[in-house]
Design a protein around this ligand. Structure first.
Ligand SMILES: Cc1cc2nc3c(=O)[nH]c(=O)nc-3n(C[C@H](O)[C@H](O)[C@H](O)COP(=O)(O)O)c2cc1C
Length: 330
């Protein structure tokens, strides 16, 4: 057990790695596999059409692991917003101890979770949002750099700057998110001041991720240049795997005279994105992936992945100590 950080201590986990919330992917199967492997697995609440279905998934997860696991609640702009408070209540009723929150205006949800004594890990892409979340009561921040898969924010600050700004500015512990796939990355994040890392795309490409095998093979083939940023025009910039559909969406984004979101909506539809993971055709719709896609070369089990990450991080940190000259004898 080489790592003893604020994250491992407070969450009761062995390896300081969190599996970020993932729409269509973060089910009990993946969450339990990550938790059984020593990290923190997370079930994504909004995969489930209603709070009751989410409750059943939490209960199913309990049959698959006796280790701690968390839930993700993502608050995104929507024509008909889900009943976030009802999902949060299920988390409370079912005794989940840690929640990853993400998105806009998390105040009421964080207040509800904190009142029940739940550890809140809020994910954000700017120091300003991190500070706001601390005021709302967040216990940990997940600092999501521009490399990340999904919502990158509008400021394009990569983790080399963002993590050090977090270390300089924040008075609560933080983990590093975006661009992490191996133990060298974990070691670097710890050196920059984080107490762990969050990984999304890397977990998408594991045996237990509940998606079609073709998509995992596509990730293995892909390079770091194979993502695209869409929806900047609507201030909802999202990093996706680059394919024919993202190219079509980008063309509309560049050329639309009206700027009406309805023109691009059919291309970026979450429903079509979900189909990709079921039918295995990487060109069928848009799907989320980070630049870290270029660092992923295999499809391991979560256990093999996390064992390797832990070993690499430990070896990296120990090996780099030899670069420091011994202190002169006085
Ligand atoms: C397929 C996929 C779906 C995602 N869905 C969500 C989501 O619903 N809510 C959320 O907070 N983050 C979501 N994310 C972001 C991840 O939780 C994580 O923050 C991100 O992947 C980190 O960057 P990385 O991909 O470089 O590891 C998603 C990521 C992927 C790859």
């Amino acid at each position: 057990m080489p790592f003893d950080t604020e994250l491992t201590r407070r969450l009761g986990i062995k390896i300081p790695v969190v599996q970020g919330g993932m729409m269509h992917v973060g089910t009990a199967d993946l969450a339990s596999a990550v938790s059984n492997a020593g990290g923190l697995g997370i079930i994504t609440a909004l995969i489930y059409p209603d709070p009751e279905a989410f409750r059943q998934e939490i209960r199913r997860c309990r049959t698959l692991t006796d280790k701690p696991f968390g839930a993700n609640l993502t608050l995104l702009p929507s024509m008909v917003p889900p009943n976030y408070s009802a999902y949060a209540q299920v988390i409370i009723d079912e005794g989940i101890k840690v929640v990853e929150t993400a998105g806009n205006s998390p105040g009421p949800v964080i207040a509800q979770l904190k009142a029940a004594g739940i550890i809140v890990l809020h994910k954000c892409t700017t120091i300003r949002h991190a500070k706001a979340a601390i005021k709302l009561g967040a216990d940990f921040l997940s600092i999501d750099g521009f490399e990340c898969g999904g919502h990158v924010g509008e400021h394009d600050i990569t983790n080399f700057i963002l993590l050090s700004r977090a270390r300089q500015e924040l008075n609560v512990p933080f983990i590093a998110s975006g661009g992490f796939a191996d133990g060298q990355g974990l070691a670097a994040a710890l050196c920059l001041g984080a107490c762990g890392v969050n990984m999304g795309t890397r977990f998408l490409c594991t045996v237990e991720a509940p998606i079609h095998h073709n998509i995992k093979e596509q990730i293995v083939k892909a390079q770091e240049t194979d993502t695209a940023l869409v929806l900047r025009r609507w201030k909802n910039t999202t990093r996706l795997y680059r394919n024919k559909v993202t190219e079509q969406a980008l063309k509309i984004e560049r050329e639309s005279k009206t700027g009406d979101f309805a023109e691009v909506a059919p291309y970026v539809s979450g429903k079509r994105g979900r189909e990709v993971f079921i039918n295995g055709d990487p060109e069928y719709g848009v799907w989320t992936a980070g630049q870290v896609i270029g660092l992923i070369h295999d499809i391991p089990t979560c256990k093999d992945l996390l064992t390797r990450v832990e070993k690499e991080a430990e070896e990296t940190l120990r090996a780099k100590l030899s670069l420091v000259a011994p202190a002169p004898k006085l």
